[in-house]
Design a binder for this molecule. Structure first.
Ligand code: CMP
Length: 134
């Protein structure tokens, strides 16, 4: 099934000059860039985007990190895009990510883990709307 999913290239990857490398990995995997936007999230936007984690101990650090510099939000499309993107990203913790995945290649730690990706089709719709509502 053709699906859409959301990627966020996080501030560590932007600082590390890895935007192009990451977009290349998506395209090489057969995912199409439908929409792309560079922006600096406000604290309120980051808190809202990650509201599901608001009770977690890492929430404040996560929000601080996500507003520490610009991010690139990308709407990706392709067959089975949600799962395919999760496979290309690798495990949340780069130390546990498979060789060749984005987080293994470009993530430094569970906090600085290079990219975000939607975890389900339902959340993908919500997250795409968050960045690309028309
Ligand atoms: P992301 O996919 O953007 O979703 C929430 C983020 O919280 C996650 O990637 C990690 O960067 C960060 N995080 C920090 N600690 C944890 C943890 N223990 N479990 C899950 N996510 C964490």
């Amino acid at each position: 099934m053709v699906e859409q999913t959301l990627s966020i290239i996080k501030p560590d990857s932007v600082r590390g000059q890895n935007i192009g490398n990451i977009v290349s990995l998506y395209e090489q995997a057969g995912l199409t860039v439908n929409n792309m936007k560079m922006l600096k999230l406000t604290q309120a936007q980051a808190e809202s985007f990650y509201a599901i984690h608001s009770e977690r101990p890492f929430f404040n650090d996560l929000v601080s990190f996500m507003i520490s510099g610009p991010v690139v939000a990308i709407e990706l499309e392709g067959d089975n895009a949600v799962l395919k993107h999760r496979e290309i990203m690798g495990a949340t913790n780069p130390a546990e990510a498979d060789e060749g995945t984005i987080r293994k290649l470009y993530g430094a730690s569970i906090d600085n883990n290079a990219v975000h990706g939607s975890d389900s089709l339902e959340n993908a719709k919500i997250e795409i709307e968050f960045f690309f509502a028309s």
